[in-house]
Ligand binder design. Structure first.
Ligand code: ADP
Ligand code: MG
Length: 251
C-alpha cells in the first residue's frame, strides 16, 4: 500500500479558549477523493486550512508526502521560504472565487504562474490557455469575471489552481455560492480531475457528489473527526447516531 498523501495525527486547534479541532486523525490516500462532511461550524474549513497551514495547528502532526507541514520541529514554525515551497504542491479552491475583476480569465490564471513560478508572460499565457481549455472555457479566455457566470468563474478558479500543477487539491464548498443550475458544471470538472488521479479533499454539502465520486467520506462534528470510511458505510449505513441525525437533515 502506498503511503498517505496527507497524514493527519492528533491535530488540535484552538481559537482563544474555543477548541476547534480535537485530536483529529485522518489519512488521505493519494490519487483519491476524500469528502469532508458535517454540520456548519464543525471544523471542516479549519481542518482544510490547517493542511496548507493557512491556519497553524497547535499540536499533533500534518504530514504532506511524509514531510511535516508548517513546523521544522515541534513548536518551531518553519520559515516563509520553506512554507511557500511546501504550499506549492497544494492548490485550493474556495466558495468565493476570488478572481481579479480587472483581469481576463486567462490573465487571472497566468498571474500566479508569472509571479509565483517566475514564468515568462508568453509561457504563462500558453499554460493558462491549456488549463482553461481543460475546464471547458477555451472560448471564454478573454472574458473578464463580470462577463462570466458563477459556474464559469469557479471553473476559472479551478484552472488557476491546476495550472500550478499541484499534487493535492483542497476544495472548500466550491459549489455553495452557486445558483443550483450552475453546480453541475463545476462538479463535472471536479469529477474529471478526480478521474485523472488528482488527490482531492473536498468539503461539500453535495451528498450526491460524495456518494458517487468520493473514495472516502469523513464526517466531522464539534471539532471531532467522528468517522472516515467508504461512502456506502458513512452515507448509507452510518453506525454513529451523530451521522444518522446529520443525514436526516438532507432527506
Ligand atoms: P465549518 O467549516 O465546518 O463550518 P469552521 O472550521 O469554519 O467550520 O469553524 C469551526 C468553528 O471554529 C466555528 O465555531 C467557528 O466559529 C470557529 N472559528 C473558525 N475560524 C475562527 C477564527 N478565525 N476565530 C475564531 N473562531 C473561529
Ligand atoms: Mg466551512
Amino acid at each position: 500500500m502506498q503511503a498517505s498523501a496527507v497524514e493527519i495525527q492528533k491535530v488540535n486547534k484552538h481559537f482563544g479558549p474555543f477548541h476547534a479541532l480535537k485530536d483529529v486523525d485522518l489519512s488521505i490516500p493519494p490519487g483519491r477523493v476524500t469528502c469532508l462532511i458535517g454540520p456548519s461550524g464543525s471544523g471542516k474549513s479549519t481542518l482544510l486550512r490547517c493542511i496548507n497551514f493557512l491556519e497553524p495547528y497547535d499540536s499533533g502532526e500534518i504530514r504532506i508526502d511524509g514531510r511535516l507541514m508548517g513546523y521544522d520541529a515541534p513548536g518551531r514554525k518553519m520559515g516563509g521560504r520553506a512554507l511557500r515551497e511546501m504550499r506549492r504542491s497544494i492548490g485550493m479552491v474556495f466558495q468565493q472565487f476570488n478572481l481579479w475583476p480587472h483581469m481576463t480569465a486567462r490573465e487571472n490564471v497566468a498571474e500566479g504562474l508569472i509571479r509565483v513560478r517566475g514564468m515568462s508572460r508568453a509561457d504563462a499565457a500558453t499554460r493558462a490557455a491549456a488549463a482553461l481549455a481543460k475546464v471547458g472555457l477555451a472560448d471564454k479566455m478573454d472574458n473578464h469575471p463580470s462577463r462570466l457566470s458563477g459556474g464559469q468563474q469557479q471553473r476559472v478558479a479551478i484552472a488557476r489552481a491546476i495550472a500550478m500543477e499541484p499534487r493535492l487539491m483542497l476544495f472548500d464548498e466550491p459549489t455553495s455560492a452557486l445558483d443550483p443550475e450552475l453546480v453541475g458544471e463545476v462538479l463535472s470538472v471536479m469529477k474529471t480531475l478526480a478521474s485523472e488521479g488528482m488527490t482531492m479533499v473536498v468539503v461539500t454539502h453535495e451528498m450526491g457528489f460524495a456518494a458517487h465520486v468520493a473514495d472516502r467520506v469523513a464526517f466531522m462534528e464539534r471539532g471531532e473527526l467522528v468517522a472516515a470510511d467508504t461512502p456506502a458505510a458513512i452515507l448509507h449505513q452510518p453506525q454513529d447516531p451523530r451521522i444518522q441525525s446529520f443525514l436526516r437533515t438532507y432527506h
